[in-house]
Ligand binder design. Structure first.
Ligand SMILES: Nc1ncnc2c1ncn2[C@@H]1O[C@H](COP(=O)(O)OP(=O)(O)OP(=O)(O)O)[C@@H](O)[C@H]1O
Length: 285
């Protein structure tokens, strides 16, 4: 009996929530001006196939994510790290279903919710209205929003320095706005919560609250992805880290191992050797 319970627990821990299978993501940028008579136009004429047609029309491509594969499981908090422009936000948007893949497929269990620092709240509306609208937009009922309103405002700390929640959001500092966005998103239990740099903007005490909430969300069975340049936030919140570099998955493994290699890569003078390219630590199944 006990054995069965244990087996059930192990199985429950390993329920896949996101499967990313050999995914490429390519942006197409229009109007990059390959006009007639230019050297670019001449080059375009000798290119072939789809590239040729696109290049003629002045379309440039950016291959932002290259052949990335991984599986995320229920209860995991996964950090996404990498230097600027390495494809972290792009991958997150694709998992959220906001960007199509060029090749490969992404499967998700349940509804993924992307919380970016640019998540759309209405600047001319008060914080209060935004809490209601944001809650409804995430699929909460009016009743649920009303029930959780005080918790959301309390968590955000927006009212700590005066009655700001009844002022339009345009009067908020960028940190205050980011805190409100995080608080609205964190009020709901998510199957898959994707957070893009949300923690970086808050002050230390808010970061601490956010990290605690991320840990709670994990316990409530969801999977959390966190994109951040703050290695400490990643270390305090995530047990697994994916390191992207130039769109490729360079490493996937336990937080400490990946961060150590990444820190050596970004700061080689700190004494550690740069890791070999394409090192991959697999997470035990
Ligand atoms: N809308 C877009 N159109 C064209 N190219 C884009 C677009 N958004 C991102 N890119 C390009 O895709 C690549 C990956 O960008 P992305 O924003 O995913 O990186 P990132 O790792 O999140 O970077 P950062 O750490 O600076 O936020 C970059 O080369 C970037 O220039």
């Amino acid at each position: 009996m006990a054995e069965n319970a244990e087996t059930a627990e192990i199985t429950a821990e390993r329920i896949p929530t996101v499967i990313v299978d050999d995914v490429d993501i390519v942006y197409r940028v229009n109007g990059t001006g390959a006009g007639r008579g230019t050297a670019t136009a001449a080059l375009n004429r000798i290119l072939g196939g789809r590239r040729k047609a696109e290049a003629r029309a002045g379309v440039r491509t950016v291959h932002a994510v290259r052949k990335v594969s991984f599986t995320a499981y229920k209860g995991e908090a996964i950090g996404l790290i990498g230097t600027n422009g390495s494809g972290k936000s792009t991958l997150l948007k694709a998992v959220a279903g906001l960007l199509p893949t060029e090749n490969g497929r992404i499967f998700t269990h349940g509804q993924p919710s992307l919380l970016g620092v640019n998540a759309a709240l209405m600047n001319d509306l008060t914080g209060e209205r935004n809490v209601h609208l944001g809650g409804l937009a995430m699929g909460m009922s009016r009743e649920e929003v009303r029930e959780r309103y005080d918790d959301i405002v309390g968590f955000s700390g927006i009212n700590e320095k005066g009655d700001f929640i009844t002022l339009p959001m345009r009067t908020y500092s960028s940190g205050m706005a980011a805190r409100l966005r995080f608080s609205i998103a964190a009020a709901k239990d998510h199957d898959v919560l994707l957070i893009d740099e949300a923690l970086a903007t808050g002050d230390r005490s808010f970061q601490k609250r956010s990290e605690d909430r991320i840990r709670e969300l994990r316990k409530e069975a969801g999977t959390v992805f966190l994109v951040s340049h703050n290695n400490k936030s990643i270390r305090d919140t995530c047990d697994r880290v994916l390191w992207l570099e130039r769109g490729e998955l360079r490493m996937d493994g336990p937080t400490d191992e990946v961060l150590e290699a990444y820190e050596a890569f970004t700061n080689p003078k700190a004494g550690k050797a740069e890791p070999k390219k394409q090192t991959k630590v697999s997470v035990p199944a």
